[in-house]
Design a protein around this ligand. Structure first.
Ligand code: ADP
Ligand code: MG
Length: 355
């Protein structure tokens, strides 16, 4: 995109009001309006925001939906959070190699999707990256934010990798090939939770909704008859929220964004991202500042966004083009950012309207 045009678009977009979900950091809250209900709270170490349109024929009252959502989120966390010592994932992480470990359908579903994305991206996305995430200080343990020893990185690399995890979806069990294999679902679980909450709302009769957890978003139906949901692609700034691009959606659509601008530490003037390249064992280091993936599944959008962060701008664009995936990326340049979008994104979202 031409830079003057980009600047103009940014100016125009900045004059548009930010969607409320990007503006505030709420605590657990319910707001019942005459047309819609907004719920918010905390989950998975971040915030969630849910808005749904009130329906006369809905099976349960809007205020009971909040409880149902909280319960479901707690269940997913109890399955997938490495921050909970007795969660299912923590049980897997503590288990020895070559023993079958029983898992829930939730976890089996997410691990199956993760393994699929790993295979498709030649290991750019890899949930067995957990020990490296911990080593670099981005895991549940005390954050040291120091540069780890290369020998430690090598030792972990020698015992990890998604091929060292075996899933039996029919028997609902996993088997690790090495004792130390440590799974981290942080790059995919938020997206899965978004899908599940959207599904829960639909089942209760609220098919017009917008669900967001930690920036991963899914819309269903419309904001009101003839009026689409608007979701904003953020500009990569660490301290402020502003919108780079607005997507209008009148159907079920998910968007996940990965960026190098929120979760990182700095050491000797260098920025270390929480996204780890599973091949090198080091945080990613290239000029892709942020990438948004639009997909029908928020779980897959989430995983692909992290994979693309690892793959960098060129490989990601090639992959998105070959696989017809809608992506919008912001690439760092000397004096700002260049916005690039894949052919699928151009086809579906360039006019601002979803086809
Ligand atoms: P982002 O919005 O930047 O993608 P996410 O929370 O979705 O953030 O995913 C990043 C998290 O995923 C990291 O904090 C880490 O726990 C985990 N992770 C890091 N690198 C990888 C990787 N290569 N594959 C899978 N998960 C990763
Ligand atoms: Mg992700």
């Amino acid at each position: 995109m031409q830079r003057p045009l980009l600047a103009l678009i940014i100016l125009l977009l900045l004059s548009i009001t930010l969607p409320p979900l990007l503006r505030h950091q709420p605590t657990s809250d319910v707001e019942v309006g005459s047309e819609s209900v907004t719920l918010s709270g905390r989950t998975m170490g971040t915030t969630y925001n849910v808005t749904f349109i009130r329906e006369n024929d809905a099976k349960i009252k809007p205020d009971r939906v909040h409880q149902a959502i909280e319960t479901r989120l707690q269940e997913i966390n109890q399955h997938m959070s490495t921050y909970i010592p007795n969660s299912e994932i923590s049980r897997i992480n503590k288990a020895p190699a070559n023993t079958p470990i029983k898992i829930s359908p939730d976890t089996a579903h997410v691990i199956a999707a993760a393994q699929q994305v790993s295979a498709a991206t030649q290991g750019a996305f890899d949930i067995t990256v957990g020990n490296l995430v911990n080593l670099w200080g981005f895991g549940p343990e005390i954050k040291l934010y120091a540069i780890p020893d290369e020998t430690k990185i090598e030792a972990i690399l020698a015992e990890s990798g998604y091929q060292r995890l075996e899933l039996d979806s029919a028997l609902l069990q996993v088997r690790k090939h090495t004792d130390s294999l440590y799974l981290d679902l942080s790059g995919i679980a938020k997206g899965y939770a978004v899908d599940e909450i959207a599904e829960l709302l639909t089942q209760h009769g609220f098919s017009n909704h917008l669900v967001e957890i930690g920036g991963e978003i899914r819309t269903g139906g419309e904001k009101r008859a003839g009026s689409p949901w608007n979701i904003g692609i953020e500009r990569p700034r660490t301290k402020e929220h502003s919108v780079q691009r607005i997507i209008h959606s009148s159907t079920s659509l998910s968007m996940a964004t990965s960026g190098d601008y929120r979760n990182y530490f700095e050491h000797s003037g260098k920025r270390y991202s929480h996204t780890i390249d599973p091949k090198t064992g080091h945080p990613i280091n290239h000029n892709l500042a942020a990438i948004s993936v639009l997909h029908t599944s928020c779980m897959l959008a989430d995983a692909y966004a992290t994979a693309f962060m690892v793959m960098g701008p060129q490989r990601s664009m090639d992959f998105a083009t070959a696989h017809d995936i809608s992506v919008y990326m912001l690439v760092k340049e000397e004096d700002g950012f260049a916005a690039l979008s894949s052919p699928a994104f151009e086809k579906n979202f360039s006019s601002g309207e979803r086809k």
